[in-house]
Design a binder for this molecule. Structure first.
Ligand SMILES: Nc1ncnc2c1ncn2[C@@H]1O[C@H](COP(=O)(O)OP(=O)(O)O)[C@@H](O)[C@H]1O
Ligand SMILES: CC(=O)N[C@@H](CCC(=O)OP(=O)(O)O)C(=O)O
Length: 300
């Protein structure tokens, strides 16, 4: 009897032991996890996401969650008879749409994630970028085909104040941040793409890792014609690729570039539809998805 128990226990112990070098390496490090609206596919996945994040916290990392909610916003706008239009990968946000964006992100998606995380203990605290001046923005005017375009209440981040997030982390909490910014100059609130917000926070926090969970395996080399995932690329290689990217991948990969060019050690885009993808990525050698690393010294 005891012999059998010993044998069956071994593989489980081995899994734990394999995690040891990763536990040592990541201990005390900040990791910013962006949970995309498209990756929030079902309740099981969302529950597994919450387990993973709480696991990181217990393993001695400092996780910060930044969530999206693009599809959820579009569904709610639709119910209000408002159309969803995107330009340069960003939602054209009228003042009426902004009310819906804020309601869905801060009142619905963030509340759900906070609730799921807090099933495991008193950890998650929800906030938006407006709180404690965490994210300040000015009106963003993207350039499309050479022309400056007005896309409404979309913010370009001008400043990050990490004070509130750091205080929560120091207190053992898990901040859950909605990508809404306070205005620097006109008293409005602004809609910020969640990838952009996550990347800016990762850089300002001096995070070790930015992890972006989405609904594809990673960055495809020749999307939509092939599903060959680029597993690793340097900042310089990514910079050259950026003009060829489209739709949702633009803010995601621009964010990864910004993060690694501003002190973050690695930025990863991984498949949020795979259960426990965060744990696999952080604690095993099986790197999944796309990893962006800073340029080697002397390279740009
Ligand atoms: N090169 C590419 N590789 C992978 N996905 C791409 C690429 N270019 C565009 N996409 C699109 O980007 C989408 C992910 O971005 P987005 O819809 O904004 O997701 P999220 O809600 O996770 O932020 C993918 O589902 C895919 O349709
Ligand atoms: C300006 C802008 O486009 N904001 C996004 C904010 C939410 C988001 O980024 O959600 P995902 O990560 O799920 O795409 C939007 O309104 O859809």
């Amino acid at each position: 009897m005891s012999t059998t128990r010993k044998h069956t226990a071994l593989p489980k112990a081995q899994i734990l032991i394999e995690a040891l070098p990763w536990l040592t390496r990541h201990h005390g490090k900040t990791v910013v996890i962006k949970f995309g609206g498209n990756a929030m596919v079902d309740d099981e996945l969302k529950a597994a996401f919450a387990q993973d994040v709480v696991f990181l916290r217990h393993a001695g990392l400092r996780p910060v969650v930044v969530h999206g909610g693009g599809p959820q916003i579009s569904a709610q706008l639709d119910k209000h008879g408002l159309v969803s239009e995107f330009k340069a990968g960003l939602r054209v946000t009228t003042p009426e749409a902004m009310d819906v964006v804020r309601m869905v992100l801060a009142g619905q998606v963030q509340r759900e994630l906070v609730g799921l995380l807090n099933q495991h203990g008193p950890f998650a605290v929800g906030m938006t970028g407006e709180d404690a001046h965490t994210i300040t923005a000015t009106k963003h005017r993207p350039r499309i085909e050479g022309e400056l375009v007005d896309i409404g209440r979309v913010g370009e981040i001008t400043r990050i104040d990490t004070g509130a997030i750091e205080a929560l982390l120091d207190n053992g909490r898990i901040p859950v941040v909605s990508s809404i910014a306070r205005s620097e100059d006109d008293g409005h609130v602004y809609n910020v793409n969640a990838d952009t917000a996550a990347a800016a926070l990762a850089a300002a926090l001096g995070a070790e890792t930015l992890m972006v969970l989405t609904d594809v395996e990673g960055l495809y080399e020749d999307w939509p014609h092939s599903d060959e995932v680029i597993s690793r690329l340097t900042a310089g290689e990514l910079e050259k690729l950026l003009p060829e990217l489209s739709s949702g991948m633009v803010p995601k990969m621009e964010g990864c570039l910004h993060a690694v060019r501003n002190g973050v050690t690695t930025a990863r885009v991984i498949d949020g539809r795979v259960q426990h993808s965060i744990l696999l990525e952080i604690f095993t050698d099986e790197g999944i998805g796309t990893m962006v690393v800073p340029d080697a010294q002397g390279e740009s």
